[in-house]
Ligand binder design. Structure first.
Ligand SMILES: NC(=O)C1=CN([C@@H]2O[C@H](COP(=O)(O)OP(=O)(O)OC[C@H]3O[C@@H](n4cnc5c(N)ncnc54)[C@H](O)[C@@H]3O)[C@@H](O)[C@H]2O)[C@@H](O)CC1
Ligand SMILES: [K+]
Length: 463
């Protein structure tokens, strides 16, 4: 379990709205800043263990938090210095600065300290950082033993998760009130280091949340193979990929897995194999059909995809099948009465829905709305979006996932959960992504996709 899991993911505008609601309820911005700054100071105190702290303060309320934290550390008789980029520009930041009784150095001239605290910019960053600011940050960051960012590393765009300048990475980021998209979306997430969310008493909600452990039913004494879910996998040009999906579906808990393929290995024996025929798709016991892993992109692949789309079976569309989805087939997807889950990585997503400057969260949500399908937009920061607007963002699981076949395993896991309950395709997608990530976290070093599929058994037993 990660500390962020299940938390709402809040944009800069939503956070401001939550702050304004708290102010309207009678909590002044000064009180909010006092809370935030004090929480920050308490965390710094624990992490610094007596080493000298240098706090960099910007002109806005992020800088205000920095002054409050500095005053608190000083009141606790801890060694702390402050360097400012510019004088405080908001009333709250001015009041906070007035509470700091020590000298204020300049960012350009200040000397480094073992503990660097970046309170230059938070959610109010509106443009790229001046190169002189980036240079100062890099200089101080390189000489610090530990660098701590208040709310966000200065220079990251809160909502889009991109860096506006060549900024250095923090070791720890203290997210105030709630995680923001930049704490989860790459490349910004890679600049945050370890993320801790500090409660500042500003309740924030969102239909975007960090992916949490799913709540799935376990088999009972009266379960049988079909009640646990029957998954069919359509084979094609590359038999190994469809087999990986089939194994993953079994190991994620499906009761029966049918591999519709003409060729391939005979192991494991638990997979039932039979040649693909359109008739095979009319078996009413099939709870989910996976199409795409190793399918190929030729005429036969196209025909199989069209038969799958025309069937009454819930679908997981992955890999090669995503490449075959043209506008007409996307229309069929939208008009299907039974659910579709699509699992594009960035290249496949761009090809299907176009490139875009918006955040990965917004793009996934728009694609789900447009296609009527649940979208699993894969990556280190996988985003799952439902056509109803719900979004979950998964935290990076294991960099070794970047190996052939791990996508086939994901499709299999998602298929297993979809076959168990196709009414809630979004939940199945979330469960599949979660189980896949959990399996990856159990593995070390250069594991292979077969290991990942095998690891699902242990993950499933602990859900
Ligand atoms: N939302 C909340 O509930 C709370 C927010 N607080 C803090 O307030 C922060 C947001 O404060 P602000 O909205 O004042 O924003 P920031 O403090 O992030 O920055 C805004 C200031 O920076 C300037 N600026 C923006 N981009 C710049 C750039 N590239 N180069 C130079 N100057 C630039 C702006 O003109 C403005 O003066 C949060 O990140 C958090 O740290 C806390 O104080 C209390 C509670
Ligand atoms: K900051």
């Amino acid at each position: 379990m990660t500390p962020l899991s299940g938390k709402p993911v809040v944009t800069a505008a939503k956070m401001r709205a939550a702050e304004e609601a708290a102010i309207a309820d009678g909590t002044s911005v000064d009180i909010l800043m006092a809370r935030a700054g004090t929480e920050v100071a308490q965390t710094i105190r624990r992490l610094a263990s007596g080493s000298e702290v240098l706090i960099l303060c910007g002109p806005g309320n992020n800088g205000g938090d920095g002054y409050v934290a500095a005053a608190a550390l000083r009141a606790w008789s801890l060694p702390v210095r402050v360097a400012a980029l510019a004088p405080p520009a908001t009333d709250a930041a001015r009041n906070a600065c007035a509470g700091w009784s020590g000298p204020v150095e300049t960012l350009a001239e200040t000397k480094s300290a073992p503990i660097l605290v970046d309170a230059l910019f938070g959610t109010g960053l509106s443009r790229a950082l001046d190169p002189a600011i980036v240079a100062a940050l890099r200089r101080l960051n390189a000489r610090a033993r530990l660098s701590i960012a208040v709310d966000l590393p200065s220079g990251v765009d809160t909502d889009r998760g991109v860096a506006l300048g060549d900024i250095p990475a923090a070791d720890v980021t203290l997210a105030l009130g709630a995680p923001k998209p930049a704490h989860l979306l790459y490349p910004a997430a890679g600049l945050c280091g370890a993320i801790r969310v500090l409660d500042i008493g500003v309740p924030a909600s969102s239909d975007v949340m960090v992916l949490a452990a799913p709540d799935l039913p376990m088999p009972g004494p009266d379960s049988h193979k079909y009640s646990r879910g029957m998954v069919a996998v359509v084979g094609g040009d590359m038999p190994g990929a469809a087999e990986l999906s089939a194994i993953a579906a079994l190991r994620a808990g499906a009761g029966y897995v049918l591999l519709l393929a003409e060729h391939g290995a005979l192991q494991p024996h638990a997979i039932v194999r039979k040649a693909f025929t359109p008739d095979a798709l009319t078996d009413k016991r099939i709870g989910a059909l996976i199409i795409g892993p190793g399918l190929g992109r030729g005429d036969e692949a196209r025909a199989r995809l069209d038969q799958a789309l025309a069937s009454a079976v819930p679908l997981v569309i992955d890999g090669d099948a995503l490449h075959l989805l043209d506008t007409a087939r996307l229309d069929v997807v939208r008009n299907r009465a039974v659910p579709v889950i699509m699992t594009p990585h960035a290249g496949e997503f761009d090809a299907l829905f176009g490139k875009g400057e918006e955040s990965k969260i917004d793009r996934a949500r728009a694609a789900a709305l447009r296609s009527g399908a649940t979208i699993i937009f894969k990556g280190a920061d996988t985003v799952i979006a439902s056509p109803q607007g719900a979004v979950r963002v998964a935290q990076s699981a294991n960099a070794w996932l970047s190996t052939a076949g791990t996508g086939d395993v994901l499709a299999g896991a998602v298929g297993a959960f979809l076959s168990g309950n196709a009414n809630i395709a979004f939940d199945a997608a979330c469960a599949g992504v979660w189980a896949h990530a959990r399996a990856a976290r159990r593995l070390r070093g250069a594991f292979i996709a077969d290991d990942l599929a095998d690891a699902l058994t242990a993950v499933r037993s602990r859900l």
